[in-house]
Ligand binder design. Sequence first.
Ligand SMILES: Nc1nc2c(ncn2[C@@H]2O[C@H](COP(=O)(O)OP(=O)(O)OP(=O)(O)O)[C@@H](O)[C@H]2O)c(=O)[nH]1
Ligand SMILES: [Zn+2]
Length: 401
Amino acid sequence: MLQANGAEAEEEEQAEEDCPELVPIETKRREEEEKPGPGAKIPVTIISGYLGAGKTTLLNYILTEQHSKRIAVILNEFGEGSAVEKSLAVSQGGELYEEWLELGNGCLCCSVKDSGLRAIENLMQKKGKFDYILLETTGLADPGAVASMFWVDAELGSDIYLDGIVTVVDSKYGLKHLAEEKAGGLINEATRQVALADLIIINKTDLVPEEDLSQLRTAIRYRIMNGSINGLGKILETQRSRVDLSNVLDLHAFDGLSGISLQKKLQYVSATQPHLDQNIITVTFEAPGNAKEESLNVFIQNLLWEKNVRNKDGHCMEVIRLKGLVSIKDRAQQVIVQGVHELYDLEETPVSWDDDAQRTNRLVFIGKNLDKDVLKQLFMATVTETGKQRTTHSKEGQVCP
Ligand SMILES: Nc1nc2c(ncn2[C@@H]2O[C@H](COP(=O)(O)OP(=O)(O)OP(=O)(O)O)[C@@H](O)[C@H]2O)c(=O)[nH]1
Ligand SMILES: [Zn+2]
């Protein structure tokens, strides 16, 4: 996953063809010629954190707050869900931006699947220099795998360098993620993400009482003590990932000799572990039609709350993350569904459906025991007006945990 191979290059070329041209932004700063000189290296901040912790929220916050830098955003997606994820990933002021769209204050978004360093450099050659790169990893990624690509390249001499790893932790579910036991005594993803962080952002503090936060803080400190060689990563607490940007950008966490500390950290967390949890899968589908809001809620609640939806083998599905763009009956605007474990909400976007076009619901589920056919059928049956209503999908007498 660390090198751009032929297939990826092709994919990128494809993506390149679909891209609108980048229009240079005239800002006061640029006129003052502060832009990086020929030898200047471009910092990359890796934004890591478990599914739904608030990484994209942080990205969006940085993009809205930071007006003086020209920032490129890279989403390190994996699996088949990326089409929908991309379209939901970077939003600003409620508007959705597809990949490669330029944002008002001079940011560029793109998505590089399994991005390699070379891919990023190619991107810079094609699109001109950025001042800064933000790289959001998938919630299941070991940020070490992404970070190590910068470590290797430091010797080869690259135009970009790793500035720091920022890990966002969900106040409500962070403890659960950190405590998850993995087969064979492997270190779980959440722990690796925290242990590698130069900055930890405990987000969504609005959702929990102080006692829970304090427990989470202790659990995190314990893990960074074990994982970090250079002392403690800083911990901040936020709502909606709103953090003073001086704590996030230009950390120079690996400058000079500290490159060695990255290597040591990587040894601790990466060892021979697979990079992605094989048990957690992504399912995505599109379905035409309008959803009745009530029925949509029933569908989601059965999945997230009742947890009574089973796959073909009779195992209960466990949805960790749900994202979607849905069409609700009698509503002109597109609606975004966001779910993290049991919590979910439906939010109307300012984007209207095209009058003439067939409305299409697009959904992504990430979790365990998921089955695309079952989910799609259930969605169609429960939600769209074409199918018969059903409110439950459990076998009688058998309750999922
Ligand atoms: N209550 C509350 N919700 C939040 C906060 N920050 C983010 N959220 C919500 O949490 C959900 C997930 O946020 P994202 O920023 O998409 O999380 P993510 O880490 O990028 O998710 P993935 O990329 O799917 O792993 C969204 O519905 C956000 O609106 C917060 O501080 N408090
Ligand atoms: Zn995200």
